[in-house]
Design a protein around this ligand. Structure first.
Ligand code: CAA
Ligand code: FAD
Length: 380
C-alpha cells in the first residue's frame, strides 16, 4: 500500500492551490454577497484544464485520473466552493456522462467543447416533486419519430443560467417506470426552453442555480444518450462518480476552515497567551484534523476505486456521507475558534460554514447515501 502522491499529482495539486490563492481568493467575499460568478473566471478555470480533467485527450480533455481531480477539487474548495461546484458538475456529471455513454457524434459535437471551457454543462435530474425520489420524473419526452417533444420543469439546476449544454432526464414511458426514463442533450436557446429566476441561497452563493422550464422543446433523436430506457441508470451511474467530486468539495471546505482556524489561534491572544495555548482550543484543532484526515482517506479510496475499475457506488456514497458531515462539524468549530471574528465576513469561516451545508444535500442527501450504503451492504 502506497499513500504517497506522484510528482505529477503534487504538481497538479500545487497548480490548483496557486490558482485558488491568486484567482479565486480575490473577490470571493464579493461574489458571495452579489451571488455572482463571473464568466472570466470560468474561462480561466478552462484555460487551467480544470473543466475537462478526466475526459479523453482526443476530445480535448486532460486524460487525468480521479486522484488528480479530487486533489484539484479539494484545493479550489478550500477557497471557493462556488467555483469548485462548477468544476464538479462539468467534469464528473456532464463530461463523464458524455464520455462514457455518449455516441461518437455526441462526443465530437458536445464533449470536445465542454472539456476546454468553451462551453459549460449542466446536469438536470431534480424536479419540484422528484428530488431524492428521482424515479418520479414528471418531465416528459414524447417520441415523435425523428425527435422527442420535451415538457416539464427542473429545479435547483447548478450552472442553470450560465450553461450552454444541458443533460436533461425525462420520462418517455410512464408505464415502464424507471426503465421508461431517458437522458437527452438540450442546447440553450432552443425554442420553448426557458431559464427560470435565480435561486437566493444560504451558501455557494456564487454558484448559478435556476429552475428550467421546457415547453414543447423539440429534441432530435440523435441527442438521446444511450439505448432507449437507459436514462435512470445513466443518472445513477454518473452520480456515483459525481459524489466523489462533492466529497472532495466537502473535504476542501473543511480543510480550508481548519487552516484558517489553526492560523488564527496562533496569533489571537486571550488571558496573556495565544489561544492555541489553551488546551480547549488545541484539542478542538486536533479533533478537526483527525476528522479531516479520515475524510481525506475515504475520498482518496473512492477515487482510487474508480481509477482501478473497481465498483465505487458504495465507497463514493460513504466518502460523501462522511466528508459532508466533517465539513459541517469542522466549519462550525472554525467559527468558534475565531470567536466574534468568526461571525464576520472578512474572516471567511462563516462563508465556509454556510457553504458546507449544501454538501449534505445535493447529489443525494445524507439520508439517500445511507440508503445506497445499506442496500449495498445487505445485497450480498
Ligand atoms: N448504477 C446502476 N444502476 C443503478 C444504480 C447505480 N448506482 N442505482 C440504482 N440503479 C438501478 C437499479 O438497479 C434499478 O434498476 P433495475 O430494476 O433495472 O435493476 C433502478 O436503478 C432503480 O433502482 P432503485 O429501485 O434502487 O430505485 P429507488 O427509487 O429506490 O431510488 C435512489 C434509488 C438511490 C434513492 C435514487 O433515487 C437516488 O440516488 N436519489 C437521489 C437523487 C440524486 O442524487 N440527485 C442528485 C441530482 S444532481 C445534483 O444534485 C448535482 C448538484 O447538486 C451539483
Ligand atoms: P426531498 O427529496 O424532498 O427530501 C427532503 C428530506 O427528506 C431530506 O432530508 C431527505 O434526505 C429526506 N428523505 C427523502 N426521502 C427519504 C427516504 N426515502 N428516506 C429517508 N429520508 C428521506 N439537482 C440536479 O438535478 N442538478 C443540479 O445541478 C442540482 N444542483 C443543486 C444545487 C443546489 C444549490 C441545491 C440546493 C440543489 C441542487 N440539486 C440539483 C437538487 C438536489 O440534488 C436535491 O435538492 C436533492 O437531491 C434533494 O431533493 P429534494 O430537495 O427534493 O429533497
Amino acid at each position: 500500500m502506497d499513500f504517497s502522491l506522484s510528482e505529477e499529482h503534487i504538481m497538479i495539486r500545487d497548480a490548483a492551490r496557486e490558482f485558488a490563492q491568486n484567482e479565486l481568493l480575490p473577490g470571493v467575499i464579493e461574489r458571495d454577497e452579489k451571488q455572482h460568478f463571473p464568466k472570466e473566471l470560468i474561462k480561466k478555470m478552462g484555460d487551467m484544464g480544470f473543466l475537462g480533467m478526466m475526459a479523453p485527450t482526443e476530445f480535448g480533455g486532460g486524460g487525468m485520473d480521479t486522484i488528480s481531480y479530487v486533489l484539484v477539487m479539494e484545493e479550489l474548495s478550500k477557497i471557493d466552493a462556488s467555483a469548485s461546484v462548477i468544476v464538479s458538475v462539468n467534469n464528473s456529471l456532464v463530461n463523464y456522462g458524455l464520455a462514457t455513454y455518449g455516441s461518437q457524434a455526441q462526443k465530437e459535437k458536445y464533449l470536445s467543447k465542454l472539456t476546454t471551457g468553451e462551453k459549460l454543462g449542466a446536469f438536470c435530474l431534480s424536479e419540484p416533486e422528484a428530488g431524492s425520489d428521482a424515479t418520479s420524473q414528471k418531465t416528459t419526452a414524447i417520441d415523435q419519430g425523428d425527435h422527442y417533444i420535451l415538457n416539464g420543469t427542473k429545479n435547483w439546476i447548478t450552472n442553470g443560467g450560465s450553461a450552454d449544454y444541458y443533460l436533461v432526464i425525462a420520462q418517455t414511458d410512464k408505464e415502464k417506470k424507471h426503465r421508461g426514463i431517458n437522458a437527452f442533450i438540450v442546447e440553450k436557446g432552443w425554442e420553448g426552453f426557458e431559464i427560470g429566476p435565480k435561486e437566493q441561497k444560504l451558501g455557494i452563493r456564487g454558484s448559478d442555480t435556476h429552475s428550467l422550464i421546457f415547453n414543447d422543446v423539440k429534441v432530435p433523436k440523435e441527442n438521446r444518450i444511450g439505448e432507449d430506457g437507459f436514462g435512470f441508470k445513466f443518472a445513477m451511474k454518473t452520480l456515483s462518480g459525481g459524489r466523489i467530486g462533492i466529497a472532495a468539495q466537502a473535504l476542501g471546505i473543511a480543510a480550508g476552515a481548519f487552516e484558517l482556524a489553526r492560523d488564527y489561534s496562533k496569533v489571537r491572544k486571550a488571558f496573556g497567551t495565544e489561544i492555541c495555548n489553551h488546551q480547549a482550543i488545541a484539542f478542538k484543532l486536533a479533533d478537526m484534523q483527525v476528522e479531516i484526515e479520515a475524510a481525506r482517506h475515504m475520498v482518496m479510496k473512492a477515487a482510487w476505486d474508480k481509477d482501478q475499475g473497481n465498483n465505487y457506488d458504495i465507497s463514493s456514497a460513504m466518502a460523501k456521507l462522511h466528508a459532508s458531515k466533517v465539513a459541517m462539524d469542522v466549519t462550525v468549530e472554525a467559527v468558534q475558534v475565531h470567536g466574534g471574528n468568526g461571525f464576520v465576513k472578512e474572516y471567511h469561516v462563516e462563508r465556509l460554514m454556510r457553504d458546507a451545508k449544501i454538501t449534505q444535500i445535493y447529489e443525494g442527501t445524507s439520508e439517500i447515501q445511507k440508503i445506497v450504503i445499506s442496500r449495498g451492504l445487505l445485497s450480498d
